[in-house]
Design a protein around this ligand. Structure first.
Ligand code: ATP
Ligand code: MG
Length: 426
């Protein structure tokens, strides 16, 4: 075949999607129990939104965006993450000015132009949430707990939450000045990215993936933001950790953690499993809503990667449970019975059964094989005799028992059997 899928994308085939659906069910359930409501924003936005909302010193904006010009000459970008779009929607739809805080969650595809490798693709899926309108540390703890619980309820083990504070408008500028005094004289020794970060957002140098840069930061004894937090930020961090402890979330301080996005204030965290890449991460952003044209409104959120959660599940040998079984396979033993087959399948489906039939005019033998292959619970045979007497031969595929039922009573009798079996716990 000469046309293949683009690099960094995947076909999610039915056989692999069992774990995906299981994961998505858990995520949705946890969000909804905590009173979050779903939001769906466009898959593409004006490029400017991400430049301003994610930050122009981030990897995402510097090198990973899928940007293109549409036919009207506008620059659009496939969304690389969810927060910017959700914040834009929050502002554009004037959801501020309500008495209650706004708790939103999302799930869907994201796009980043990355070098494809394990755990890193160009189209991937994120689940996450954003909450607007409260600054209290209890809320940080709730969101941290959600980011942890979705993964633990899914069945993953060995999870740790690494937490840090990245400061605020008070302590960040002082830290920045202190940092620059130390790193600027050694500017050329850092990588090109870090030299740029130095000018625009030196804190992000701590997130550099080059070992030399990290070693230089240590050698030059550059203070970490967590070492120089203002009193309010320190108090906030302690309160967050107090509440996550109440919730039983295994949190560890990581003074080196500075997450990828430019707009975080105070709390930042990541959920990790030793030896694996980060599954999810989040942070508080108290200035982003205003940055995108809304009134000053505090926000907090996290995002996790579905592919990474599912891969961890595979590594930890979790299974999705059995695929749902086909209830009834209708066998057309005589081509004149095709009308009856059509209406029987429809009646069964409307009665709540998963039912199917042959569409290839195959022999009875091949149809029976299909019923077997699909683990049908029952096989309903429509042949010449059945047609003449207005009946259906119904075979229970587990017990092998076979009975003749009136055509019009098939759905009803199957329901009775099912209720009885459920009562017996089968
Ligand atoms: P990394 O440091 O691994 O590049 P990041 O900081 O870019 O991560 P975030 O922007 O915080 O990641 O995204 C949140 C989560 O989304 C990640 O923890 C990961 O699970 C998932 N994710 C991010 N980029 C990709 C990708 N290219 N492919 C698959 N999953 C991804
Ligand atoms: Mg990245």
């Amino acid at each position: 075949m000469d046309i293949q899928r683009p690099r960094g994308t995947a076909d999610l085939l039915p056989e692999a999607l069992g774990l995906w659906s299981a994961f998505e069910r858990v995520a949705l359930r946890e969000f909804e129990r905590a009173n979050y409501r779903e939001i769906r924003t466009p898959l593409f936005e004006h490029t400017e939104l991400f430049v301003r909302g994610v930050g122009d010193t981030t990897d995402i904006v510097e090198k990973e965006m899928y940007s293109f010009q549409d036919r009207g000459g506008r620059s659009l970008t496939l969304r690389p993450e969810g927060t910017a779009g959700v914040v834009r929607a929050y502002v554009e739809n004037k959801r501020y000015g309500r008495a209650d805080i706004d708790k939103l969650y999302y799930l869907g595809p994201m796009f980043r132009y990355e070098r494809p490798q394990s755990g890193r693709s160009r189209q991937f899926h994120q689940y996450g949430c954003e909450v607007f309108g409260a600054e209290a540390p209890e809320l940080d703890a709730e969101v941290i707990a959600l980011s942890y619980r979705i993964l633990s309820e899914f069945g993953l083990t060995g999870l740790t939450v690494e937490v840090n504070s990245v400061g605020c408008d008070v302590c960040r500028p002082q830290h920045k000045a202190a940092m620059l005094r130390l790193v600027q004289p050694h500017a050329e020794e850092f990588c090109g990215d870090c030299q740029r970060r130095m000018e625009r957002n030196p804190l992000r140098m701590f997130d550099c993936k080059h070992e030399t840069c990290q070693r230089l930061l240590t050698e030059l004894q550059v203070p970490r933001i967590s070492d120089v937090l203002c009193a309010d930020c320190r108090e906030h961090l302690e309160a967050v950790l107090h509440h996550t402890a109440l919730l039983g979330i295994p949190c560890e301080r990581n003074p080196n953690l500075v997450r990828g996005l430019d707009y975080y204030t105070r709390t930042a965290w990541e959920v990790t499993v030793a030896g694996h890449s980060t599954v999810s991460g989040g942070g508080r952003y108290n200035s982003l809503v205003a940055e995108l044209g809304g009134p000053e409104t505090p926000g907090i959120g996290f995002a996790g990667g579905v592919e990474r959660a599912v891969q961890l599940a595979i590594d930890q040998s979790l299974t999705a449970g059995e695929d749902e079984r086909l209830d009834v396979y209708v066998v057309t033993a005589d081509q004149t019975a095709t009308d009856q087959a059509t209406s029987l399948v429809d009646t069964l489906r409307r009665a709540g059964f998963m039912a199917d039939r042959d569409f290839q005019r195959r022999s009875v033998k091949s149809q029976v094989k299909s019923a077997d292959r699909q683990h049908a619970r029952w096989m309903a045979v429509l042949g010449e005799t059945e047609l003449a007497s207005g009946t259906v031969t119904v075979k229970d595929m587990d017990s092998g028992e076979q009975e003749i039922w009136p055509f019009l009573e098939v759905a009803e009798r199957m329901q009775e059997r099912r209720t009885k079996q459920e009562g017996e716990g089968k």
